[in-house]
Design a binder for this molecule. Structure first.
Ligand SMILES: *[C@@H]1O[C@H](CO)[C@@H](O)[C@H](O)[C@H]1NC(C)=O
Ligand SMILES: *[C@@H]1O[C@H](CO)[C@@H](O)[C@H](O)[C@H]1NC(C)=O
Ligand SMILES: *[C@@H]1O[C@H](CO)[C@@H](O)[C@H](O)[C@H]1NC(C)=O
Ligand SMILES: *[C@@H]1O[C@H](CO)[C@@H](O)[C@H](O)[C@H]1NC(C)=O
Ligand SMILES: *[C@@H]1O[C@H](CO)[C@@H](O)[C@H](O)[C@H]1NC(C)=O
Length: 572
């Protein structure tokens, strides 16, 4: 995978080259009509809702809401937010908004019948594509006449950062090898920033989380009445939206549930290249649990173990031998379901493993894919990197993940730009102190090269201690390799009795990746008005490596709520 930071974002499907050209043309045409028209037609009036538009997902009705592009400067024009809805089936109590994370996940995909059942029939469930994303306009399409996927194909963006070996991290050759790869990454990031600046320009200022929170409040005003309470169910990066929301607008906060928590203090205050140090805090613990569970299952159910009851360290060493071998000699893959042949590199394989660790129902598949790769066939694994999937990536946007992150981070000056050596050093620190196996997986987005970085209309960065009428529900797994439980605890400690921390004792990125009846019940009861005691713990249980393929007893629809495997990504 390209090591784009994906906190819950969904996996992509290949798209045909040039599919976006007619849209670009239509966009220009509309703009001309708009400026030539003597009156502002009603269609451009903020607050206008249109229903009856096409939906990407079943069981929904879809539409759009026109909002101010900039809430602090109403003369800046409008944005059009794409929305989707599944209606309440009981007497309606209000609206619950959803966000799937990413950043960059199309939120219009989030409302499903299962999600509606989870929040209970008394709520309209409303998904929306956040700023810059999918069908919401303006869109972040930095490569309007070509394909960002082609741009990144076989570059370090797709190959990942390869650590020659983690066996001796004091060997200066390791850091030197990373630095060489990061120089390539930096050049690619500069090119991306230039493309976004040229083709999206000032619009990039309006895609930050702060603006998204204003949009949610505006939509609540329109849908439920001015000043109405705002309810939200959001996961992964969506927890950032939730935490911003309740702290920016505490008096508006209604029932808010966040799952798979990302630390908002660090998110809003630190440059992105420093994030892996805390994001990976639970990753090694999860990896070890995966290896132990696999070893217990034995070779017939988990083919990367070679005999029943092996020590997890033996499995770990097996993986490291494989990664070291790939570092010297990547595996060519010529018959995958991807539209082109490619390479399975050590960096990409580690990234795929991290992504799969976040999805326990996929662990048996992960074992099979790695077992085949160990024996020289990288097809199954490579398919995860570039293959089509059940969910397709939006054809309407490209660099939206970077765009949202770069809008949220503090603004920088030339003096703040980290050198390739500094970036390599930071990776070494994470490898040594936090995660030797995955410490080089995330790649910096290069926000320092985006002139709009941190320069949106407003940038919220705390305080994080608002007092709420209804406590916010924080759901954290004990072994979340992508968004560690310590972030949930931090919000709980900052906000005290204005939150309740629910702990799901088990692995996976977000509780929804491995839903337990207990956690589901607490969420359903919360939306029905019962706030659980702080510290309530639900124990996850799953036969991670069942004896018969495909018998994973998990409702996978939940796992899809916050998108698919975070490690999988965009085809090229
Ligand atoms: C690790 O590398 C350093 C520097 O090259 C060397 O001094 C040290 O002996 C190596 N350690 C091991 C265990 O190989
Ligand atoms: C490699 O693995 C894929 C997927 O499992 C399979 O379809 C293909 O036949 C394998 N290729 C070889 C040469 O074994
Ligand atoms: C909230 O935090 C801010 C900044 O840390 C502090 O100044 C303020 O006193 C705190 N408010 C409460 C109610 O604790
Ligand atoms: C939080 O709630 C507990 C139990 O109701 C109470 O004892 C405690 O004083 C409260 N703490 C704050 C800071 O309000
Ligand atoms: C909530 O529960 C967690 C887990 O038991 C605990 O660590 C935390 O201190 C509690 N928070 C409050 C505000 O009591």
């Amino acid at each position: 995978m390209s090591k784009e930071l994906l906190l819950g974002q969904s996996s992509p499907r290949p798209r045909s080259p040039g599919h976006n050209r007619p849209l670009v043309f239509a966009g220009c045409l509309l703009a001309i009509l708009y400026f030539a028209w003597p009156y502002r037609s009603n269609a451009h009036k903020v607050g206008t809702i249109t229903w009856g538009l096409a939906c990407d997902r079943p069981h929904q009705e879809c539409g759009s809401i026109i909002v101010p592009k900039d809430y602090l400067d109403l003369a800046a024009g409008t944005a059009t937010i794409a929305i989707s809805r599944i209606r309440a089936t009981w007497p309606k109590q209000g609206t619950v908004f959803m966000n799937p994370g990413g950043p960059g996940g199309p939120g219009t995909w989030s409302p499903t019948l299962r999600a509606a059942a989870l929040v209970g029939g008394q709520w309209d469930l409303v998904g929306f594509d956040p700023r810059g994303i999918h069908r919401t306009t303006p869109q972040v399409k930095c490569f309007p006449n070509s394909d960002h996927g082609l741009f990144q194909a076989n570059t370090v963006l797709e190959r990942g950062l390869t650590v020659p070996s983690i066996r001796n991290l004091s060997d200066p050759a390791v850091e030197a090898a990373l630095e060489v790869q990061i120089r390539e990454l930096t050049a690619l990031r500069k090119a991306e920033a230039e493309m976004c600046t040229r083709n999206v320009g000032e619009e990039l200022k309006y895609v930050g989380t702060t603006t998204v929170v204003r949009d949610i409040a505006f939509m609540a005003d329109v849908l439920e009445g001015k000043g109405s309470k705002i309810n939200l169910y959001a996961g992964s990066y969506g927890s950032i939206i939730g935490t911003y929301l309740v702290n920016m607008l505490p008096e508006r906060a209604g029932r808010v549930v966040i799952d798979g928590i990302v630390d908002p203090v660090r998110w809003s205050n630190e440059p992105m290249y420093k994030w892996p140090l805390w994001l990976l805090a639970s990753t090694e613990k999860t990896y070890r649990f995966f290896l132990e569970t696999c070893a217990e299952a034995g070779p017939t159910r988990c083919p990367i173990s070679y005999e029943l009851g092996e020590d997890h360290k033996v499995l770990e060493a097996r993986f490291e031998s494989f990664f070291d071998k790939l570092a010297l000699e990547p595996l060519p893959v010529t018959s995958s379901q991807a539209f082109r042949p490619g390479l399975l590199t050590s960096g990409a394989a580690r990234g795929l493993l991290l992504g799969l660790l976040g999805q326990p129902p996929q662990w048996q598949f992960a074992a099979q894919a790695f077992a085949e790769a160990f024996s020289g066939n990288g097809t199954l694994l490579y398919n995860q990197l570039v293959a089509p999937d059940a969910t397709s990536e939006s054809p309407f946007h490209d660099l939206v993940n970077s765009a949202v992150i770069c809008a949220d981070v503090p603004s920088t000056t030339a003096a703040d730009i980290p050198s390739s050596a500094e970036l390599a050093e930071e990776h070494m620190r994470v490898l040594r102190e936090v995660s030797p196996h995955f410490g080089a997986v995330y790649q910096d987005a290069g926000c320092e090269y985006w002139p709009t970085s941190g320069r949106g209309p407003e940038r919220f960065a705390g305080p994080w201690n608002a007092t709420l009428e209804t406590p916010m529900l924080i759901v954290s797994n004990t072994m979340d390799p992508i968004s560690p439980g310590q972030a949930g605890l931090r919000i709980n400690q900052e906000m005290g009795n204005s939150t309740r921390l629910i702990i799901q004792d088990g692995p996976g990125h977000c509780a929804s990746s491995l839903p337990t009846p207990c956690t589901r019940q607490l969420i359903t009861e919360y939306f029905a008005g019962t706030v659980p005691a702080n510290g309530t713990t639900c124990v996850a249980s799953l036969d991670y490596f069942p004896s018969q393929n495909g018998s994973v007893p998990v409702e996978l629809d939940d796992a899809q709520m916050w998108g698919l495997i975070p490690g999988r990504r965009r085809r090229t």
